[in-house]
Design a protein around this ligand. Structure first.
Ligand SMILES: [Zn+2]
Length: 822
């Protein structure tokens, strides 16, 4: 605060009110020299310097540019050989101010080569081998994976020199590509499709043993233009598996030739329904556009019949996708297909067709929830960003759990349990909520990063964190307590176990170097944004700023600085302390409400104050126990036995009011300025209670202090103290509160909204923590070899591989025999 005049301060000191009880206030706590940290230091010193491409406000600058890459691909899926072959032409437009002598492309399939950086740098933490790792090594030994580049030519068929560098390929141009010019080239390529169950990764094929059928879900499969940007030049960091990708926007025209009984789902819109769909299917599709519930285009019965029949020849499905950053598809004879139109208030895209594709193994879960979840995502996300900008939104069941996103198409997991003997189908709460959640997540990714095109190879949190935040918003707009069967739906209290743990890196860490990927890239940033929205900024300011970020960077390429700056620029809230703490450090939140002291304002009047002091002394200084025992034993003191020993001091204790006291009080009152006297009289009349609350920052993160005051009359009050209270001392602060009623308890973070890791130090007075002690019975079991032999022989349970976008769970280990065994 400014504006205190010298006279003002002087007057304040001279007339400083006495506080009762007159305990000395602790001196203002000084931070230890050498240990000082300014948690509110502005972030601009660390962010990239604004320029004409990206402004200091976080918006695209007046010279913002990005490249364009348009593709035509003729693709053939050999479902028997599990192989893709293609002819592809690319038109690349150089909108940058620079002249380019070569172009870089991503060959993500090369990650599955045995000599890839990703493969050679896989590490282990223990001497153990899981069944999935063993089976993976066997598949990798048997089948050569990776991109086979057959030919690279210019548009007239002249060969172009190219160099493959791990998962990247450089094409050297015969003529430098000037700013504003475009060039075209062609690539013929092929590759074996990975067995996703065994190899892992985000795409491939799934084989269904029992029916001997396959489901293909194909992504990151063709040579894609690497991003060329104003902030990083070529983004050609090798694909190591985590940092997904960042690509250029463009238009796609893709012809996919597949076995005739396959149904194909792909990025974009189907261009030739007359060639590949029956008239019945086309009629159903037309009805689905205006239907109130999902309509089957291919029914479960039809899909079952379809997967049993042998394919006769092939069919070519043609898809067009405009202004997308990638292309993916799924193809199978197993697909049930349902669809439902979604209408939105948008002139450019008034109607979106939500569709789901899934095998019979996914029923009855999928027909009930998939397409409805797709629509729910668009309803929720559009409120926080922009209307869904594409004609289709698709959810394909490609695996048992997990998910992955591409423009207009998503691959999603979770299936019911099928009892092999009875055929009875049930599903767990985790499968139900997991499915709805993963579909929301993956469809949500069509907004972030498929449209708000952040650099996933560099910053996982920019798409996963923002998206997981909105996913959780959508969860709670689907159903209260969403997913409570298997997880804590309150992000701030769910994240604390991670945030106090070891082995963390800051959120601002390059994707492939992140330790504990799930909580780091997904949950922690999602929690941070939730806290910003619900606690720090409030919904009005947060929602406005977040929408502004989405609007500014729709179909453009934001960096972390653009997000940080826009959130402040549009809300008017200084959040540098928040970005600094949550995104650049591994600190956690643990604020200790270390003490609360209660005072009344002293009047200075000896008649009332001495009486109070006497009562206080009786409370603070107890009678000697020996004196009590004396009395109990009936001992009479000398004075009691002989009253003549009494005098003045037996009648007046040290709190007796004297005339000297009364004169002093009168003098004090007379010296007060009129306004000071008025304040004193007012305080006497109001009888307010004054409290000093001490807070100690044990976790490191500075946060606002949400407080609940409970009064003697049973009433409560919520108080929110902004995080700026920590700006002079980030370790320890005291706060004064004046209330007309007596406070009996203070609770810090009573609604669990600031991710405070240790609630046991959040209450004053401290609470006894209540819990239940489970009694246990000591086991007296002994190994009974005879009985163990008689136990029925059971089948082995299948295990899960690494599944795309959602972090996978560890699988069981194969017992290892020492080398050279026994
Ligand atoms: Zn994701």
């Amino acid at each position: 605060m400014t504006g205190f005049t010298r006279r003002g301060i002087g007057a304040l000191l001279a007339a400083c009110l006495m506080l009762v009880p007159g305990l000395a206030l602790a001196d203002a706590i000084q931070q230890t020299k050498g240990d000082w940290q300014d948690k509110f230091r502005q972030l601009d010193v660390d962010l990239p310097t604004p320029n004409s491409y990206r402004t200091a406000s976080g918006a695209p600058g007046h010279q913002y540019w990005q490249q364009q890459a348009d593709y035509r691909i003729n693709l053939t899926l050999d479902a028997t050989a599990k192989r893709l072959t293609a002819d592809q032409s690319v038109r690349y437009t150089n909108n940058s101010p620079d002249t380019l002598r070569y172009l870089w492309l991503q060959l993500d399939q090369n990650i599955y080569r045995q000599d890839s950086i990703a493969e050679l740098t896989r590490t282990t933490s223990k001497d153990q081998l899981s069944y999935s790792n063993l089976a993976r090594a066997q598949v990798m030994k048997d089948i050569p994976y990776g991109m086979e580049i057959q030919q690279v030519t210019d548009e007239r068929g002249n060969p172009l020199p190219y160099t493959v560098v791990d998962t990247m390929m450089r094409i050297d141009l015969p003529q430098p590509l000037a700013s504003g010019a475009s060039t075209g080239f062609k690539i013929s390529w092929a590759h074996n499709i990975i067995n996703q169950n065994r190899v892992g990764g985000r795409s491939g094929y799934e084989h269904f043993e029992e029916t001997n059928t396959d489901l293909f879900f194909i992504a990151q499969f063709f040579p894609r233009m690497a991003a060329y940007t104003d902030y990083a030049g070529w983004q050609h960091k090798a694909f190591l598996g985590r940092g997904e990708f960042t690509l250029e926007f463009g238009d796609y025209d893709v012809a996919i030739t597949v076995p005739a009984n396959h149904i194909v789902s792909a990025s974009g819109e189907l261009q030739n329904p007359g060639d590949v769909l029956t008239s019945v299917q086309r009629d159903r599709l037309a009805k689905a556009r205006t239907a109130k519930t999902p309509v089957f285009i291919v029914t479960p019965e039809e899909a079952l019949a379809n997967e049993k029949q042998a394919a006769q020849g092939t069919r070519t499905w043609r898809f067009r996708a405009r202004n997308v950053r990638d292309f993916a598809f799924a193809s199978s004879a197993k697909f049930i297909w349902d669809a439902m139109g979604f209408r939105q208030n948008d002139r450019e895209q008034p109607e979106v067709l939500a569709m789901s594709f899934y095998p019979n193994e996914a029923e009855p879960l999928w027909s009930k929830y998939s397409t409805r979840s797709v629509i729910h995502t668009m309803e929720t996300y559009s409120k926080f960003s922009f209307p869904y900008p594409y004609p289709t939104a698709q959810s394909v069941n490609t695996w048992e759990s997990g998910g992955m996103e591409y423009p207009m198409i998503t691959f999603n997991g979770y299936r019911p349990n099928i009892d092999k003997k009875t055929g009875r189908r049930t599903y767990s709460a985790q499968a139900k909520y997991g499915l709805i959640g993963v579909i929301i997540h993956e469809i949500g990714h069509i907004y972030f990063p498929m449209v708000v095109n952040s650099d996933e190879r560099q910053w996982s949190w920019m798409d996963e964190g923002l998206n997981t935040f909105l996913q959780n918003v959508a969860h709670l707009e689907w159903e209260e307590g969403f997913g409570g069967h298997t997880r804590n739906p309150n992000l701030p209290s769910a994240i604390t176990a991670y945030m106090v743990g070891d082995g963390q890196v800051p959120i601002m860490t390059q994707s492939d170097s992140i330790v504990q990927f799930g909580p780091n890239a997904y949950t922690k940033p999602a929690t941070a944004l939730t806290i910003l929205r619900e606690t720090v900024m409030g919904r009005d300011l947060f929602d406005h700023a977040f929408r502004e970020y989405a609007r500014r960077w729709k179909f453009k390429r934001p960096t972390p600085a653009d997000f940080f700056r826009t959130m402040e620029d549009a809300s008017g809230v200084d959040l540098d302390w928040f970005w600094r703490g949550w995104f650049y450090t591994t600190d956690h939140v643990d604020i200790d409400l270390a003490g609360v002291r209660e005072y009344r304002v002293g009047t200075g009047n000896p008649e009332t104050e001495q009486k109070f002091a006497r009562e206080q002394a009786l409370r603070d200084q107890r009678e000697p126990l020996a004196q009590i025992h004396n009395r109990e034993q009936g001992l009479k003191t000398a004075v009691e036995r002989d009253p003549t020993l009494r005098d003045f001091y037996n009648e007046n204790d040290k709190f007796a009011v004297t005339n000297k006291d009364r004169n002093k009080y009168k003098e004090m009152i007379e010296k007060l300025e009129p306004w000071e006297r008025a304040a004193l009289e007012r305080a006497e009349k109001d009888g307010d209670w004054v409290y000093f609350l001490d807070f100690v920052n044990k976790g490191g993160l500075v946060m606002p202090l949400p407080l609940q005051l409970t009064f003697a009359d049973g009433g409560t009050e919520l108080v929110m103290i902004p995080a700026e209270i920590w700006r002079f001392d980030a370790k320890q602060v005291s706060k004064m509160l004046i209330r007309p009623k007596q406070i009996v308890a203070v609770d810090l973070d009573p609604r669990q909204e600031i991710a405070d890791a240790d609630p046991s130090n959040n209450s004053f007075p401290r609470r006894i923590s209540a819990s239940r002690l489970e009694l246990y019975k000591e086991s007296r079991d002994q190994k009974d070899l005879m009985a163990d032999m008689l136990v029925e022989l059971k089948g082995e349970k299948a295990e899960e591989g690494d599944k795309g976008d959602v972090p996978a769970t560890p699988s069981p280990a194969v017992p290892l025999a020492p080398a050279g065994g026994r």
